[in-house]
Design a protein around this ligand. Sequence first.
Ligand code: 5GP
Length: 201
Amino acid sequence: MSKGLIVSISGPSGVGKGTVIERLREMIPGCRHSISVTSRAPRGTEKDGVEYYFRSKEEFEELISKGEIIEYDQYVGNYYGTPLTPLLQMSSEGKTVLLDLTVPGSLALKDKFEDTVTIFLLPPSMEELRSRLCGRGTESEDLIEKRMAQAKNEIAKAEKFDYVVTNRTVEQAAQEIAAIMKAENCRFKRSSDAVETLLAQ
Ligand code: 5GP
């Protein structure tokens, strides 16, 4: 079993996963974000190696064939995947690792690492989700419609996740996820060392 908690957060595009993850990183020392590789183009001020590693489709396929991607998915015509080595490295150093993955991505990761904690982030309403997507101002109307249709399909799969959190405000959602992380760290399987130490005294 890995040392640091691996927490995978999914939810429709525009629900605010990135912002909630950013807040969690401020709140929790030793918390890291797994930077994904994608074949989509950078949006706005996004920089290579910060929000994503931006690669061509060919480069992405090469990473898959070399076994360097632990899970990947295609979303609105582009590849998104999790690099294996940094994930293992951060977790073995005892860091809590946060991932922002598609629904199949979180479920695939849990299949590979069964201790992964999966959290589904819901919007307060579909109307609110649409207005958040429009407010971003980076997507065409056609792409927004595609993302709204995808959102419904994704929400239907929330039952496969360990936890469901509604993102009413960034602060409330981050506090709830932090509480989940605290509880997960207190599970017997993650605290058995403390028990053994006491019994040996
Ligand atoms: P966006 O283009 O809005 O940044 O991301 C689109 C979708 O890709 C989001 O739902 C996000 O969670 C997902 N995503 C980002 N990185 C990864 C990854 O490494 N693997 C998978 N499966 N999905 C990812």
